[in-house]
Design a protein around this ligand. Structure first.
Ligand SMILES: Cc1cc2nc3c(=O)[nH]c(=O)nc-3n(C[C@H](O)[C@H](O)[C@H](O)COP(=O)(O)OP(=O)(O)OC[C@H]3O[C@@H](n4cnc5c(N)ncnc54)[C@H](O)[C@@H]3O)c2cc1C
Length: 554
């Protein structure tokens, strides 16, 4: 290997005239036929010029022609230079108009070429992984199919980005359901404080809100993406946007390249950080599942999580559309709504993420909090949190929910309260008494459902009718028809099976040099910043371990 006078990091340098053997070597390296090489490189338009070419296999060549068209010298580099931004498409390659950068950050070890670590997907996990890998490995490329990194981060937390949560590790883990234990190593390596410190370095200060949710002080997710871009730039990660990966190449059980529409890029290690399959407009279209499956990974069934629910009684729900219910208890049941009895209602939260409180059958989950009525059913925070368990239960049979609109009182207390209200407001019409109990938009539907005329005065409402009202207030029920589709879910449950990923390294147990992070894995969590924290933490661990692997240290 001789040194290039310009950059000093050539992997191969040739000088004209090229021998037939050298032509063969160069063309093989560039992945083209020797004849084709000669045809292309003797194009008279190039005579007397310099050209920097990027080839579909990821290599770069720099050629210098004399006026007669002879190649004076030819340098070949394994990967494209970060400084070249102005790539234009050629017949089957990209050309860089700017010429060769003086500051190549490539280095080649004793063994020859230092192939890049390729991170696929510039979301939360991928950006973290690429930055971390580049801390110790000099050649990291981040491939993103969108024109910009971090599109999903930008819409997260209603564009405020709920980064993580204040809860302690022991309380964090149950938020991921049964798969939470898989995250211990990743969280031990890189947890909330590390994330906040990293963001702090790039000017993102944070604040903690209700429920321990942590947001940037600016309430602007763009600051988070900007911080990560800055971090990647500092670490000299090369970001190639508009590049969609369609597969990884595995030879003798080891990953050797990624395949994209533009061709193959050789890789020393690959980190798959392609996200889930929800909100596909952000770029997460489930490509990673197909890529992983193609190389032998099992994919756990994909299901929508954190998703609004469609009810059978659409008309009733729709008539209350937009009503936000605070401090109500939502309970889901494995049965039809007509089977729900008031005594079946738990008075405490139970289900996924609630430590120590197991729901009693047929209850699936129960939560106090805020929810919304929508034109198709129910949404809002507690609905979303309970949705995955409902989606799963629907596979097995009917599911219904009951809203306890007055969870602060038990049935007897509420009965006494109603009696008092009806006595106090005995001269008022029933519809006006209801205003004391319900949001305006719920009054007409409640009149219909209770079968009590709104024109009756409080004194005229019978004891039986009051009991009907009491029942509706404590057990306002709906049969669940389905959830909205996966595309409308905040998170995708299911994904690359955790059985085939080493939790200590995020490495594939099937393919050497392949790593995973973020939502592409079978990891999903409650709302509250847990999904992003998992993506950042697993990204950190995958980046660290891929760099050790590619550097020959593990
Ligand atoms: C509306 C909404 C709000 C949310 N709010 C929050 C919140 O406030 N807090 C929270 O913790 N979680 C939130 N989440 C969930 C959280 O955003 C995700 O779990 C997290 O972003 C997953 O990170 P990731 O890096 O695994 O995947 P993503 O962020 O989805 O990134 C994957 C990237 O890979 C790219 N990609 C995909 N396929 C390819 C390919 N073939 N080639 C190249 N690139 C590819 C995509 O374009 C994308 O940029 C929200 C989700 C949604 C939809």
């Amino acid at each position: 290997m001789s040194e290039c006078f310009r950059c000093g990091v050539c992997c191969i340098k040739f000088q004209a005239p090229l021998s037939a053997g050298e032509v063969r070597r160069i063309s093989a390296f560039l992945g083209i036929e020797a004849d084709e090489f000669i045809r292309r490189f003797t194009d008279p338009r190039w005579h007397g010029k310099e050209k920097l070419l990027l080839h579909t296999n990821g290599a770069c060549s720099f050629l210098n022609f004399d006026p007669s068209g002879k190649i004076n010298d030819c340098h070949i580099h394994q990967v494209r230079p970060a400084a070249c931004r102005d790539w234009v498409p050629g017949p089957d390659k990209l050309e860089c108009r700017e010429g060769l950068s003086k500051h190549w950050r490539l280095s080649f070890g004793d063994s020859g070429l230092n192939k890049p670590i390729i991170v696929v997907g510039a979301g939360a996990g991928g950006m973290m992984a690429a930055g971390k890998a580049a801390e110790t490995y000099q050649n990291v490329i981040l491939l993103e199919k969108n024109t910009d990194p971090g599109k999903k981060i930008l819409i997260s937390g209603k564009t405020r980005c709920n980064l993580t949560n204040q809860r302690e590790l022991q309380e964090f883990i149950p938020m991921y359901g049964d798969n939470g234990r898989f995250l211990y190593s990743a969280f031990n390596k890189f947890f909330r404080e590390d994330l906040l410190e990293l963001l702090g370095k790039y000017g993102v200060e944070t604040k903690t809100e209700r429920g321990g949710r942590i947001f940037p002080i600016s309430d602007d997710a763009r600051d988070v993406v900007a911080a990560f871009k800055h971090y990647l730039n500092d670490r000299k990660v090369e970001i190639m946007t508009n590049t969609r990966v369609i597969g990884v190449k595995v030879e003798e059980g080891r990953v050797t390249a990624v395949r994209s529409a533009q061709g193959e890029l050789p890789a020393s290690a690959v980190i798959l950080a392609t996200g889930g399959a929800s909100f596909p407009g952000t770029g997460s279209t489930g490509d990673g599942y197909r890529v992983a499956e193609e190389v032998g990974h099992a994919i756990k069934k994909l299901r929508p999580a954190l998703v609004p629910l469609v009810v059978e009684e659409k008309e009733i729900a729709g008539s209350m559309q937009g009503v936000s219910l605070r401090n109500v208890r939502l309970t889901s049941f494995r049965c039809t709504a007509d089977k729900i009895q008031p005594e079946m209602l738990p008075v405490y939260d139970c289900g996924r993420g609630v430590d120590g409180k197991r729901p009693k059958s047929p209850v699936i989950e129960s939560r106090m909090g805020e929810m919304m009525m929508t034109h198709f059913g129910i949404g809002g925070p507690i609905t979303l949190r309970m949705s995955l368990a409902i989606v799963d239960a629907l596979e097995e049979g009917p599911v219904s929910v009951a809203i306890d609109l007055k969870p602060g009182m038990d049935t007897d207390q509420l009965r006494r309260r109603l009696q008092r209200d009806f006595d106090t407001f005995g001269q008022r019409q029933f519809r006006h008494i209801l205003k004391e109990l319900l949001p305006n938009k719920m009054i007409e539907p409640f009149l219909r459902l209770s079968g009590i005329s709104g024109n009756k005065t409080g004194h005229e409402v019978s004891g039986l009718e009051r009991e009907r009202l009491l029942g509706l207030l404590k057990v306002f029920r709906f049969n669940i028809k389905s959830s909205l589709p996966l595309a409308a879910a905040m998170v995708t449950a299911g994904g690359v099976s955790l059985d085939e990923i080493d939790p200590r390294t995020m490495a594939s147990k099937l393919v050497t040099g392949l790593y995973f992070c973020g939502e592409v894995m079978d990891i999903d969590a409650d709302t509250g910043g847990y999904n992003l924290q998992a993506a950042f933490s697993t990204g950190y661990l995958a980046g660290e371990q891929a760099a050790l692997f590619a550097g020959g240290k593990n």
